[in-house]
Each structure stands twice: as structure tokens, then as C-alpha cells.
Design a protein around this ligand. Structure first.
Ligand SMILES: [Zn+2]
Length: 88
């Protein structure tokens, strides 16, 4: 485990950094508590109704739908792929 050429502290720093990154990633994906009053992307006002309907919302409707569109591209491709394999 302990490499002769690596300081023990250096290894620990790397582990700490990756844990921190993972936490940041999770936080950026999960809604935490109250949503934002303004969109994180374009700073448009997020209506109260939207914030109540989606607790922890961070994006306005247009940025959210843009994001979802980007996210559904690979899923659509996979779905088509599995359908093809079912036909065989
Ligand atoms: Zn926006």
C-alpha cells in the first residue's frame, strides 16, 4: 500500500480530495432543502408555484427542460437499442 516514493500524506490528500469531489457532485445533483429564488444557470426568477411544486428546485423551467433534453438523449438511444435486440 505505502509506496516508497510517495509520502503518506500525499496519498491521504488524494483520498480526501476525491471524497470531497464526490460530495460536491452529489450535492449538485440532489435538491437540498429550499430551492433557489433565482435560476442557477440564467438567474431568471423561479416562480413560487414552481418552487413549491419542486422542493429544492435550482433551475428555471427553460434551463430545466434544456437539461432534461440533454439527459434523455442517451436513454432514448439505449431504449431503441434494446428494442432492436428484442426483435431478433
Ligand atoms: Zn434558467
Amino acid at each position: 500500500m505505502a509506496g516508497g516514493w510517495t509520502r503518506d500524506g500525499g496519498v491521504q490528500d488524494q483520498i480526501d480530495a476525491s471524497v470531497e469531489d464526490a460530495v460536491k457532485l452529489v450535492r449538485s445533483r440532489l435538491p437540498d432543502g429550499e430551492g433557489l429564488t433565482h435560476c442557477e444557470e440564467c438567474e431568471a426568477v423561479i416562480p413560487d408555484a414552481r418552487r413549491k411544486a419542486m422542493p429544492g428546485v435550482r433551475l428555471c423551467i427553460s434551463c430545466q427542460s434544456e437539461l432534461e433534453e440533454r439527459q434523455t438523449v442517451p436513454t432514448g438511444y439505449n431504449r431503441r437499442g434494446s428494442k432492436d435486440s428484442q426483435l431478433r
